[in-house]
Design a protein around this ligand. Structure first.
Ligand code: FES
Length: 317
């Protein structure tokens, strides 16, 4: 996997208390990578599904709601069972634990799929988050077994412990999103010009060479493919990888960091781990200058080399 810089900045107090597990987490990440890579195109398709590329959101965050919700219901039902001794509450608690266990499997699989592309320090935090969730799941599974064996009191205690672990794991999951921006659209907040502005001389844009232009400090990816020019946000929506250093595959660009692939035509995600599309800019060529304006997809036709400089070379719909 490509090495990416630390993109999250400083270290806070909570992070400094986290044990140093780097060698373990890196080895584990490599193993997960290998497993998906060995599946070839099918492995990539499975990864796309688990990342949530097809819904435009991380699937993991949707599935985590199942165990959290179900186990909360189980705890409430346990409480009501204690107070009322109605058998219905005990049955409901057991069923909720079972539903939560099923959801936990989905949350774990999607979580590991997302985690394999996380960089430091989110990688370490993600591993601890995962281990805590596995422990919580094991406690709930044992709780269910004990309940079935008529050891309901022990089952309730284990469920309570599992809920505590799950809650702390959820806190770390929130930290990954809000502090380290895992799963967040990294192009969010980038502003593009509302009106056409020149960003590069048309003559400077080579054929099939992803090129970085800039407007007001915001990087823009320009790509010339034959008689067309494409413009996308240059910052990868996944983890801010530089798309101008990526590889062209047909009419798509592959991010150099984790290999997300975006269509040049409209910025849609063709392969994850990215789930958010790249903002796609409207392009035109005027007076020998490539001009772009804010997302409203378009493709420019460059000026033919032999033609005299027209007042307006092309404007795109
Ligand atoms: S930064 Fe991860 S795929 Fe681009």
């Amino acid at each position: 996997m490509a090495t990416t810089p630390d993109i999250t900045g400083g270290v806070d107090c909570e992070e400094s208390r986290i044990p140093q597990l780097k060698p373990i987490e890196e080895s584990l990440q490599k193993l997960v990578h290998k497993a998906f890579a060995s599946g070839g195109e099918r492995g990539q398709a499975v990864k796309n599904f688990l990342n949530g590329t097809w819904i435009g959101e991380p699937l993991h965050v949707i599935l985590t709601d199942i165990p959290i919700g179900a186990w909360t219901v189980a705890l409430v039902c346990d409480g009501l069972d204690l107070m009322s001794s109605k058998r219905e509450f005990a049955v409901a608690a057991d069923a909720s634990i079972g539903i939560g266990l099923a959801g936990a499997v989905g949350a774990a699989v999607t979580g590991v799929t997302d985690w394999q592309d996380a960089d430091a320090p989110a990688r370490r935090l993600g591993m601890i988050h995962g281990l805590l969730n596995v422990s919580a799941t094991a406690l709930f599974a044992t709780s269910l077994i004990l309940r079935k064996r008529k050891s309901r009191t022990s089952g309730r205690v284990l469920a309570g412990l599992g809920y505590g672990l799950m809650t702390y794991a959820a806190h770390l999951g929130g930290k990954m999103v809000y502090d380290y921006r895992v799963g967040v659209d990294r192009t969010d907040g980038e502003t593009f010009p509302p009106d056409f502005v020149p960003v590069m001389s048309e003559a400077d844009l080579a054929e099939a060479k992803p090129t970085r232009a800039e407007h007001d400090g915001v990087p823009i990816l320009l790509v010339r493919r034959g008689d067309r020019i494409f413009a996308l946000a240059e910052t990868c929506s996944h983890f801010s990888g530089p798309l101008s250093e990526g590889k062209l595959v047909g009419d798509s660009i592959v991010c150099p960091w984790h290999k997300s692939r975006f269509a040049l035509e409209d910025g849609r995600v063709l392969d994850g781990p990215a789930v958010h599309p790249q903002p796609c800019l409207q392009v035109r060529v005027q007076n020998g200058q490539i001009e772009v304006r804010k997302p409203l997809c378009g493709i420019a036709k460059p000026t033919p080399p032999a033609a005299a400089e027209p007042a307006v070379a092309s404007q795109l719909a």
